[in-house]
Design a protein around this ligand. Sequence first.
Ligand code: ZN
Length: 265
Amino acid sequence: MNLSKYLLTFTLLSTALLAVSGCQPGTRDRYAPVIVADHSVSVIATSQLIHSKILGYSVQNRPIELTTLGCGPDTVLIIATIHGNEDAGTPLVYWLIDHLKAKPDVLDGRTVLVVPVANPDGYDLRTRANACGIDLNRNFPAANRVNNAGNGMDGLTEPESTILHDLILTYRPARIVTIHQPLYCLDYDGPGEDLAKAMADYCPLPVKKLGSRPGSLGSFAGIEQNTPIITMELAKEDSQLTDVQLWIRYGNALLAAITYPQLPY
Ligand SMILES: [Zn+2]
């Protein structure tokens, strides 16, 4: 599925609606009430506030895209394929985007940010690391980071990790889910245990604390930023599933993360 179609379809309409609502990423007060007069208007607005943009480019100049759904104050960030050869999360989140378009009531009061491919070079090259051989999930600024040739000689040496870092600081999401393989569990960092348990109620993955990896996104967002973050480790063989099979297995867990602390609907 090509995200450019979302861009073409929704940009004009969403831009107009953003102007009307004042819902501008990075400038709005995330705790401010939703600027709509009544529920019916809210549903119409959120159902159409779906747009995509390019956040920046990878080492090999591939775009890193963000799809934004809704504009409510409760913001959730979902990231797939930061490790390029752990790709099952990408079709899963594309299905999630389609689901939220069809069920816009889930977006009421919420903003859902989706990065379907955080490491597009690794995704195309079938490698864990980016095109420079850097593990992006070890390239974030955190007290536990280790500088070396595989992690980067400093934090944020790579454009891909810098893009995610800036995205998090711009939107300050209340919850983050990042999808990996193959450890088959729901790991968490920061104050994420209850969120992990809520997601575990809706998928076969058990909650398991793996320990914070040096310079990982979990260490940066969970420990340094105190944001609940879930490392959703799917099974290795999940890469063989169709997108509908992935959705059946894991879709409700993603919805649980979006609606938390409410039950998914
Ligand atoms: Zn991984």
